[in-house]
Design a binder for this molecule. Structure first.
Ligand SMILES: C[S@@+](CC[C@H](N)C(=O)[O-])C[C@H]1O[C@@H](n2cnc3c(N)ncnc32)[C@H](O)[C@@H]1O
Length: 232
């Protein structure tokens, strides 16, 4: 079988996130992890659950960051029930935005972001973890249709340091790190990389502001403005 642990979780989804609650990754994404993660890989996830069991089953040296110690206990119990060795799994109990900045980490092969999903938490998780991902390593971003997660995918699409790969499921994006580069601190239109929003303005002023900014914040536009400016 291609992904046996995923298959057995699918047959009877366990209540890992509270009584009757299972908030697991899509089955395809769990199967992707089960096929991709290899024994001895260093891996980390924000949030915990079925994915933690899969990382354990794959034999990774795995770190899970979750604020819920009850979740961690339920996951360990489920590992025992399934006969999955969880000895290489370390839980750090706390919110990722508090835990990650001071966590000492090895170079990571696979990272899963699936903790807090509201703005700006996925971006904070990405910021703290991207430098620890090995060149060539992959990061899965769950619920990639949500604005704070989609912002990471949008950035990766325009960055030479990342490539957006085939998604691991209909809601799980996959990005691969190609090099160690911080995002550029560009200003004006260059920072927007083609995506600008003027929704903070009343509708009547949006079109004018949009055209003006798009035309005059470009290199060519700035050159034209300088040429038209009367000499001082
Ligand atoms: C959608 S569930 C994760 C599901 C898991 N990947 C799976 O396959 O079962 C979201 C998780 O994020 C955790 N969480 C919520 N806020 C968090 C935070 N600020 N930092 C880290 N984890 C958080 C929850 O406790 C829960 O474990």
């Amino acid at each position: 079988m291609d992904a046996p642990v995923t298959e057995s979780l699918k047959r009877k989804p366990p209540s890992l996130h509270g009584a009757g609650e299972f908030w697991g990754l899509a089955w395809k994404a769990l199967a992707w992890l089960e096929r991709t993660v290899q024994p001895g890989m260093a891996t980390l996830e924000t949030g915990a659950g079925a994915s933690t069991i899969i990382f354990a089953a794959a034999g990774a040296d795995h770190i899970a960051v979750t604020p819920s110690s009850e979740e961690a206990e339920r996951i360990r119990r489920m590992c025992a029930e399934l006969g999955v060795d969880d000895a290489r799994v370390t839980f750090h109990i706390g919110r990722s935005q508090d835990v990650l900045p001071s966590l000492e980490l090895p170079p990571l092969d696979v990272v899963l972001l699936d903790g807090a999903h509201g703005f700006p938490y996925p971006v904070l998780d990405w910021w703290h973890l991207a430098p620890h991902l090995r060149t060539g390593g992959r990061m899965l971003l769950d619920d990639a249709y949500l604005p704070a997660v989609a912002a990471i995918v949008d950035f990766a699409r325009t960055s030479a340091a990342w490539v957006v790969e085939k998604p691991a499921s209909f809601r799980t994006a996959c990005i691969r790190k190609l090099s160690d580069e911080e995002p550029p601190d560009d200003a004006d239109a260059r920072a927007a990389r083609g995506r600008m929003s003027f929704t903070y303005l009343p509708p009547g002023r949006r079109a004018v502001a949009s055209v003006r900014t798009r035309v005059f914040s470009t290199r060519a536009g700035i050159w034209v403005v300088r040429k038209l400016r009367p000499p001082s």
